[in-house]
Design a protein around this ligand. Structure first.
Ligand SMILES: Nc1ncnc2c1ncn2[C@@H]1O[C@H](COP(=O)(O)OP(=O)(O)O)[C@@H](O)[C@H]1O
Ligand SMILES: [Mg+2]
Length: 369
């Protein structure tokens, strides 16, 4: 089923939770909605499921207007982070539930349901758990059962809201690969919500980055990583260091910065913002340079350096501890900053002049409310 959302808005009290969402998902596609907490991901998913209604906008699935359809008529498979399986039912009965509560006229016979559940148990690699109760399962096993329950009704659309959010990193990685396999084998149209960029990028065909009720960028992992469309996306992708630069004919210039690795940008001359990941900053010892290392911390593999410039404030750099120059990067050392990669954005006219202050996407989000 293809899903088409257009000009969708939703407000709760005084909060604009969705501010004009346009999104088309192709049949059989696996799309990840990626964004910080509070950006409106769950609200969008609930609207698709029919658990919430928008204030304005359209939701069409295979050209049918789904806003005219009640939740139970949409045939949605929904898996939440904390999916409550029925504790008093076995895995087998939990998975069969959606089929066994159908109105009599549509309900398959008992043996048909049993065969269907058996097929799913094998397909999802949980046949050995069939007669257990949810309390006897690990978190990862429970989420597999939850997906089985969602898939049993042969949903037209599968919606997954941070389904692995509560699990350990290693189990999440396993489940990710497993889910991708399940998706490819069923050919379902799937929307997966997460705030974890690694999860979104590894799993999805396309990633939709959301911030404060808007879609900031839609694209493949590499494009979002290398060419963030907005400062918000750059910061969300880890470019937490902001350095003020000046543009002349598309070339950037900045105090104590070596920007020769950056490509030209077709932006007007004058002040601009450079957003950089700490790992893309290489401090180079230089007696005449204006930056100083104020703090040096090691986490074993990497050095995290805090850098200070008398006018521009602070920046942070991550350097592999085994790097050639690492031994020279001591507290108090003067350095220039070689910028290996980063994105230049026009100066935000409404904002005060940029200073070199690391700012998290969450902090930006809060301040933009
Ligand atoms: N039923 C509700 N009533 C009031 N505010 C809500 C409701 N549901 C969500 N919100 C608010 O809407 C915003 C977006 O929430 P949500 O869609 O859950 O975001 P996300 O899933 O990205 O974390 C938040 O500010 C949240 O507090
Ligand atoms: Mg949510």
């Amino acid at each position: 089923m293809s899903i088409e959302i257009s000009a969708m808005t939703k407000r709760f009290g005084k909060t604009d939770v969705l501010r004009g969402i346009d999104l088309a998902v192709q049949k059989g596609e696996l799309v990840a909605l990626l964004g910080p907490s509070g950006s409106g991901k769950t609200t969008l998913l609930k609207i698709i499921a029919g658990l919430e209604w928008p204030d304005a906008g359209r939701l069409a699935v295979d050209d049918q207007d789904w806003l005219q359809l009640a939740a139970q008529d949409r045939r949605i498979g929904f898996v939440f982070q904390h999916y409550a399986l029925f504790p008093h039912m076995t895995v087998r009965d939990n998975i069969a539930f959606g089929l066994s509560v159908r109105p009599r006229a549509e309900r398959p016979g008992k043996s048909v349901i049993a065969a269907k559940v058996d097929e799913l148990l094998h397909f999802l690699q949980i046949a050995h758990l069939a007669d257990r109760y949810p309390g006897q399962l690990s978190g990862g096993q429970r989420q597999r059962v939850a997906l089985g329950r969602a898939l049993a009704i042969e949903p037209k659309v599968l919606l997954l809201d941070e389904p692995f959010g509560a699990l350990d990193a290693a189990i999440r990685r396993d489940l990710r690969r497993w889910l991708r396999g399940v998706h490819d084998a069923t050919g379902s149209t799937t929307i997966f919500v997460t705030h974890d960029q690694e999860e979104a990028f590894e799993l999805a065909d396309r990633v939709v980055v959301m911030g404060a009720g808007r879609i900031e960028q839609i694209g493949h992992a590499d494009a979002i990583h290398d060419h963030p469309a907005t400062p918000f996306v750059a910061q969300f992708m880890g470019a937490t260091v902001e350095l003020p630069v000046t543009l002349h004919s598309g070339r950037a210039d900045g105090a104590g910065l070596d920007l020769s690795a950056l490509t030209r940008r077709a932006l007007p001359d004058g002040p601009a913002r450079l957003l950089v990941r700490p790992q893309d900053i290489t401090p180079v010892p230089d007696a005449d340079a204006p930056w100083r290392i104020t703090t040096r911390m090691s986490n074993g593999a990497h050095l995290r350096l805090v850098l200070n410039h008398p006018e521009q404030g602070e920046a942070e750099a991550d350097v592999p501890r085994r790097a050639v120059q690492a031994a020279a990067l001591v507290e108090g050392a003067p350095v220039r900053l070689k910028i290996e990669a980063g994105t230049i954005f026009p100066q935000d006219r409404s904002a005060p002049p940029a200073t070199a202050t690391p700012k998290s996407p969450q902090a930006r989000l809060e301040s933009s409310r």
